[in-house]
Design a protein around this ligand. Structure first.
Ligand code: G1P
Ligand code: ZN
Length: 539
């Protein structure tokens, strides 16, 4: 029943910031998915006795890929798979199931916030027993293996019925199909004050949650509408669709425009949020008010005492280097640990495992805690609802009071997309070479205090990672440059800008950052080298 199929290697199966991400059409090439999965199994070595979690965000090609994965796992001697019903599991739900069942790892078939469909993207995230995505040392091995692969193993059997809950067998392998939502809801009930949030909704508080036609729809309906009592219809775009209904399931001001327009209209709800394709990102909105993810991390951290699971204290907080420094002031005020890591959630895993941090976040709409080892969209939304229920204040009041207390980090990100890889690589290399010359220079009134690549030394495994270039000014303002590691073609240059003010709290972010933006473009010669005078996406 186990077939060994001869195959030719592909040269591009290198994982980026969050797993392997490719055009769906690339993944649909003969044996492409199989090669990659076999490279993982070969890297793991002996899979006998091992258990893995399997799920996905429901995007196009998921149903086919998941059947291949199951049959390949059986052929490679895996003992058991725990699979989300109909192949659905959000990334945070998967991490929870992985940790709860002490499994050996898990697979989420998702390209996260990237568009789906035949012309969109497909992806595979692989987590190990930590519940978090594998470190680069392992993904490098998988990549090396994929370049030499000559055969893969697959079980020859009809497709497994993934709509049926319970246990089935494929050869010696057990397949347990589980309710995709249940364990996740129970975990959230253990963390937050559900009765306080129930009261909030019972008193007429209104909310809109945009699931962007992706995986969080069923989770959000169960939690917000059925358990907490938000009005029916509060969750919109709630049915996971293979192409996300043509939406780009990335919860930000650009792609969640419908929700943003609603919240800036006369009919706005008291509170709104959106999640991305696989449920690990979140955007928070109040009435005519947007909370930057960097501020959100700072505000959640400052309010940890309001949450049952954290009220007795937290270890510390981590942020990616590109994220604004807002949370650093909170960490200082509470005298808790503070860590800056490279972009990518996997860098938080060691810090969580070693009790150095409890909370962490990225400017890219990611927030989470050590309840799992992935960022968690619905967790962040519940955290905000819990703060609102406990304080009786609106999103805007909570945020403005935060600025009053700590000052405000004006922050924006500018993405220059679709750039030829060679041009982008050269731009970054030339900029890096130029950085030492910038130290101490003054440009248009901004004096540079330090200009250097960001280098992270992991305090636990002592690995070193270099990611991005940072120019820090004497007034604390910063420019961060990075190349995206999640695209499926070409290159994206990300430019992150930050400027702090203790008392000027009500300015327009763009007005505060215009000069820095000009400096950022000039210094890196972005217009000259890319032909772009404006960013494609601004968040
Ligand atoms: C992007 C974000 C990063 C996040 C990752 C996965 O990666 O910038 O913060 O961890 O998606 O969601 P990038 O494309 O910048 O490499
Ligand atoms: Zn995601």
């Amino acid at each position: 029943m186990i077939k060994t199929i001869a195959t030719q290697p592909y040269s591009d199966q290198k994982m980026g910031t969050g797993g392997l991400r490719k055009k769906t059409k690339v993944v649909m090439q003969p044996n492409y998915f199989e090669n990659f999965m076999q490279s993982i199994f070969n890297t793991i070595g002996d899979s006998s006795g091992k258990t893995f979690v399997v799920g996905g965000d429901g995007r196009f090609y998921n149903a086919i890929a998941i059947q291949k994965l199951i049959k390949m796992a059986a052929a490679n001697g895996v003992a058991k798979l725990i699979v989300g019903q109909n192949g659905l599991l959000s990334t945070p739900a998967s991490s929870n199931i992985l940790l709860k069942n002490k499994t050996d790892g898990g697979f989420v078939l998702s390209a996260s916030h990237n568009p789906g469909g035949g012309n969109g993207d497909f992806g595979i995230k692989y987590a190990n027993e930590t519940g978090g995505q594998i470190p680069t040392s392992i993904s490098d091995k998988i990549f090396e293996t994929s370049k030499q692969i000559s055969e893969y193993k697959i079980f020859d059997a009809p497709d497994i019925d993934l709509s049926r809950l319970g246990t089935q067998k494929l050869g010696d392998m057990e397949i347990e199909v589980i309710d995709s939502v249940k364990d996740y809801v129970e975990m959230m009930e253990r963390i937050f004050d559900f009765s306080a949030i129930k009261k909030l909704f019972a008193n007429g508080f209104s909310m809109r949650f945009d699931a962007m036609n992706a995986v969080t729809g069923p989770y959000a309906i169960r939690i917000f509408e059925e358990v907490l009592g938000a009005t029916k219809g509060s969750v919109v775009h709630a049915i996971p669709l293979p192409d996300f209904g043509g939406l780009h399931p990335d919860p930000n001001l650009v792609y969640a425009k419908e929700l943003v327009d609603f919240m800036f209209s006369e009919h706005a709800a008291d509170f709104a949020a959106a999640n991305d394709g696989d449920g690990d990102r979140n955007m928070i909105l109040g009435k005519k008010f947007f909370v930057t993810p960097s501020d959100s991390l700072a505000i959640l951290t400052d309010n940890f005492k309001l949450i049952p699971a954290y009220k007795n204290g937290i270890f510390g907080v981590g942020k990616s280097a590109a994220t604004s420094s807002a949370v650093s002031r909170v960490a200082q005020a509470h005298n808790i640990g503070y860590y800056e890591v490279p972009t990518g959630w996997k860098y938080f895993v060691n810090l969580m495992d070693s009790n150095r941090i409890t909370f962490c976040g990225e400017e890219s709409f990611g927030t989470g805690s050590s309840h799992i080892r992935e960022k968690d969209g619905i967790w962040a939304v519940l955290f905000w609802l819990n703060i609102i229920a406990a304080t009786g204040k609106s999103v805007e009041e909570i945020t403005r009071e935060h600025w009053q207390k700590y000052g405000r980090s004006y922050y924006m990100r500018f993405d220059f997309e679709g750039i030829t890889t060679d041009i982008a690589d050269k731009l970054m290399a030339d900029l890096e070479n130029k950085l030492p010359l910038l130290n101490g220079k003054e440009i248009n009134g901004f004096k540079i205090a330090n200009a250097a690549p960001f280098v992270y030394n992991d305090p636990v495994d002592h690995s070193t990672t270099k990611n991005g270039l940072i120019i820090t000014f004497e007034d604390g303002s910063r420019i961060v440059y990075r190349l995206s590691g999640t695209g499926s073609s070409g290159a994206t240059i990300r430019v992150y800008l930050e400027r702090y003010s203790k008392d000027n709290l009500n300015a327009e972010p763009l007005a505060m950052l215009t000069e820095l933006l000009r400096i950022a473009l000039d210094v890196a010669e972005i217009p000259e080298r890319t032909g772009k005078h404006q960013a494609d996406v601004v968040t």
